[in-house]
Every structure is written in structure tokens, then in C-alpha cells.
Write a protein that binds this ligand. Structure first.
Ligand SMILES: C[S@@+](CC[C@H](N)C(=O)[O-])C[C@H]1O[C@@H](n2cnc3c(N)ncnc32)[C@H](O)[C@@H]1O
Length: 251
């Protein structure tokens, strides 16, 4: 069974939507420490990832502690905090531009304004994210990098077992990220690629369109989080508009 299929199997279990008192308290502490948009779906997804990496792998593939994960889009650190709280022992690199500048998915009328003015909360800031992660005990084996993600990806000499896309959600950005990760071969053989906001909640978002254009086989959690195997990205060919129309019609 592939990594993505195994994750899907773990997430399909009824226990996937139940959370213990300890988990409730841990998530409460994270929410009280930092601002973010992640919820129980993210908790369930990252918990399943940690379970998958911790489970005994008969073919000797490494478990969590020998893994490397890349999170594109850190903001104040909530997803990384959730990953640690749900048992992820992997090395995590978190990349964010950490600046009060507009993102590729902002509508044109917001481009001249600050994060605070457009109602998104405080601007992303490296010192704040670092302090937040320290305060919830999630900084060990975590490296935060202040960079535009396209620059980071272009220079990255590493391969990751898991890459999570959560920067700008416009179609052009997500397609560029998929192209870079594929062409630079940044995922390990059995790696998993995933991302947030598949459901295109804002008119300027296009995650679903980008993912459907590139990745024939992908899995979904509650229409919010998507993921696929590295092999699916490796073998991806961008589908033309008409091919996608036909595929959408049959899906
Ligand atoms: C939705 S927030 C990420 C939320 C985060 N995953 C969490 O755990 O709360 C999007 C983040 O992407 C960052 N971002 C947007 N465009 C970027 C780019 N081109 N390069 C790096 N970071 C970017 C923003 O600064 C912002 O912090």
C-alpha cells in the first residue's frame, strides 16, 4: 500500500474524528498561544501522519524520527505546533516570507494594505513564530526560514518525506509550487505531498483547480486537506482545459 493510501486508511477509521481530553487541552494551549486558521481536521490529518510514520514498516523504511518535513506557510506556527503535539518527531523546516506584504491570493483592492488592515490579524513575523513554537515546546528539531517559498525551493538541496503547501492559495502559486517540487525532485520515493484549503473558500483561490490539473489521484479530508503520493506528482502531466473538463465530468 502506498503512503498516501495508508494515510487515507488511517483517516477513514471512526477513531479519526474522536479526540481525547488530553488532545483537547493541548489544542486549547496552542490556540491560546497563537493565531491561526487550523482546526480539528488539521489535528486529525497530522495525527494520522505521525501514526503512519510511527507504525512498524516491514520493509525497513524509517519511522518518524528519521524523517524530514517541509511546511510552506508558517504564519504564527499553528500547523507545526499541531504536528509536534500529535507526535511528529521528524525534522521540520518551516518556510515563510514573514513580512507585512500582500500574498499572491489577495484581491487587487487589498494589495496596498497591511495584514491587519485587511482583517487577517497581525502580520507574519519570524520572532513571533519562533517564540510561539518555543512556548508550546515545538521548537526542537524545527528550523524556521525567512524566505519566499519559490526562492527556498529553487535552492533547496534536500529531499523531504512530507511537504505541506499552505502559502498563497491562488492557482498560479500552487501550480508553480507543484512544478518546482516535481522538477527539482524534492520528495523522497515514498514521500507525501499535501496542502490546505482545497475548498477554494475565497474567489481568488484556486487550490482545487491546480491540484486537479496536476494530480490525477489525490485524497481529500473533509474537502479541506488534500494529499497524494510523490509518484503521482512525479508522473504528473499538466492536463489541458478540455482534458480537465472531461475528467471533472467523470469525477
Ligand atoms: C494561511 S497562512 C499559513 C498558516 C500556517 N500554515 C499555520 O500553521 O497557521 C499563509 C502564510 O503563507 C505565507 N506566504 C504567502 N506567500 C508566500 C511566499 N510566496 N513565500 C513564503 N511565504 C508566503 C504568508 O506570509 C502566511 O504566513
Amino acid at each position: 500500500m502506498t503512503s498516501a493510501a495508508r494515510l487515507n486508511q488511517l483517516l477513514a477509521k471512526p477513531a479519526c474524528s474522536t479526540f481525547t481530553t488530553t488532545e483537547n487541552e493541548a489544542f486549547g494551549r496552542i490556540r491560546a498561544t497563537m493565531h491561526g486558521w487550523s482546526d480539528w481536521r488539521h489535528w486529525a490529518f497530522f495525527r494520522a501522519l505521525a501514526q503512519f510514520w510511527e507504525s512498524a514498516l516491514p520493509d525497513g523504511r524509517p519511522t518518524s524520527s528519521a524523517r524530514a518535513a517541509l511546511v510552506l506557510g508558517v504564519y504564527q506556527g499553528m500547523d507545526i505546533a499541531i504536528m509536534r503535539a500529535t507526535g511528529c518527531k521528524a525534522y521540520i523546516i518551516g518556510v515563510d516570507k514573514f513580512s507585512d506584504t500582500p500574498c499572491g491570493d489577495w484581491p487587487p483592492e487589498n494589495r496596498e494594505h497591511s495584514w491587519q488592515t485587511v482583517g487577517l490579524g497581525p502580520a507574519p513575523n519570524l520572532a513571533v513564530a519562533t517564540e510561539n513554537l518555543r512556548n508550546v515546546g515545538a521548537l526542537t528539531h524545527t528550523l524556521l526560514e525567512e524566505s519566499d517559498d519559490s526562492v527556498f525551493l529553487a535552492r533547496c538541496p534536500l529531499k523531504f518525506d512530507f511537504i505541506y503547501l499552505d502559502t498563497a492559495h491562488d492557482r498560479a502559486t500552487v501550480e508553480r509550487q507543484l512544478r518546482q517540487i516535481r522538477d527539482l525532485n524534492l520528495l523522497t520515493e515514498d514521500g507525501v505531498l499535501a496542502g490546505d484549503d482545497y475548498d477554494n473558500l475565497e474567489p481568488t483561490w484556486g487550490v482545487r483547480d491546480a491540484v486537479a490539473t496536476f494530480l490525477r489521484e489525490h485524497y481529500l479530508l473533509a474537502h479541506r486537506i488534500w494529499w497524494c503520493d510523490a509518484a503521482v506528482l512525479r508522473n504528473s502531466v499538466e492536463r489541458t482545459g478540455s482534458e480537465k473538463l472531461v475528467a471533472d465530468f467523470h469525477s
